[in-house]
Design a protein around this ligand. Structure first.
Ligand code: AQP
Length: 331
């Protein structure tokens, strides 16, 4: 029988998930669960590259798990777990780090961006983060990685590391492919639509959070930066409007062209009101599910414990092979 493809992805539990995280990644996760073996991880160790308040961090991590479930991921079909519960991630990360060049890590644009934003804490974890990400992916012999466009460079590096390891030590890892949505792979900031929407953006009006109330969504979309053309067109010269069309399209299933023709001759005011309505309609069931899950901590715990157990077994199978390939004495 043909082996089902393995899918791995994750998000860092910092702040709260944005509509960008959902459209760029989570929406595809749900889609892929039907025909693949999927592992969806809360990559909590990655969050430590930025200082966290421990009490708050614990709450955010659990809230992320509830948000994964609220966005429709089925814990029976998928392995849902915390990265820190499966110690092989850090073990493989060390081994891969010994096969990654400093020059390669120096080229990572996210490191440059994040170290500028966190000047008082440019730690070595921030620099080696892409190696841990490569380990997250390769540990499960992943074939497909559904992520947003911002992760492309890290995924290219993962592929290079996998190919190098296979060449040096023998065929071990499949070379993973990136899987991005055709439209919506990069949802932009509502305030600076040439920059990606990011959950750590200090300007709260830039992001729509999955946890935002209806009033807040309306306010944020009303304030979204547009232009003075007053024509609803899907083109790079109008990045603010293009972004809103993208959001509208991804949440309704209409193509960008269909959205444009629906609003032909209409003003920005009406388009923004309708876009806010589309977002609210999407968020309403999400919120209800989220609250139901948060009222059920026992269920949440069962999901992450079962997930970690299943992930651990798969991870250990890979590590036995990796240790063998590297000449480490088996336990
Ligand atoms: N704006 C975006 N549009 C489309 N996809 C996006 N993703 C992030 N932002 C957008 C995708 O969401 C997944 C989870 O992201 P992450 O938690 O790993 O962190 P990130 O990529 O660094 O995203 P953020 O929101 O910008 O987080 P912070 O501010 O904490 O660094 C990934 O698949 C990502 O591609």
């Amino acid at each position: 029988m043909k082996r089902k493809k393995v899918v791995f992805s994750g998000a860092q539990p910092t702040g709260s998930l944005t509509l960008g995280n959902y459209i760029g990644a989570l929406q595809n996760w749900k889609f892929l669960e039907k025909e693949h073996n999927c592992l969806y991880c809360i990559v909590d160790l990655h969050s430590l590259t930025v200082r966290q308040d421990p009490e708050e961090f614990r709450k955010i991590s659990l809230s992320f798990l509830a948000q994964y479930l609220a966005s429709g991921l089925d814990p029976e079909k998928n392995i849902i777990f915390f990265q820190s519960h499966v110690p092989q991630h850090t073990e493989l990360s060390w081994i891969l780090g010994c096969n990654t060049y400093v020059g390669e890590l120096n080229r990572m644009t996210q490191f440059k961006d994040k170290s500028e934003r966190n000047r008082d804490n440019v730690n070595s974890g921030l620099f080696t983060y892409p190696v841990l990400m490569a380990a997250d992916i390769l540990l499960y012999k992943t074939d497909l990685v559904p992520v947003g466009e911002d992760q492309k460079q890290h995924l290219e590096l993962t592929r290079d590391i996998a190919a190098r390891f296979n060449n040096l030590y023998g065929e071990t890892f499949p070379i993973p492919e990136i899987y991005t949505p055709k439209i919506g792979a990069k949802i932009m900031s509502l305030q600076e639509p040439t920059k990606k929407m990011s959950k750590s953006d200090e300007n709260l009006n830039s992001t729509i959070l999955l946890m935002d109330s209806e009033d807040i969504v309306v306010k944020k979309i009303k304030r979204a930066v547009t232009d003075s053309e007053n024509v609803i067109a899907y083109r790079d010269e109008q990045p603010g409007i293009k972004n809103l069309i993208t959001i509208y399209s991804c949440l309704t299933g209409l193509s960008a062209e269909e959205v444009v023709s629906k609003y032909e001759g209409k003003g920005y005011g009406m388009f923004k009101t309708d876009t806010a309505e589309v977002v609210i309609e999407f968020l309403r069931p999400f919120r209800k599910n989220y609250e139901d899950y948060m009222r059920n901590p026992d269920f949440i715990e069962k999901v992450y414990k079962t997930g970690a157990q299943r992930a651990y077994e798969l991870a250990e199978d890979t590590m036995i092979l990796v240790r063998e390939r590297m000449g480490l004495i088996q336990k």
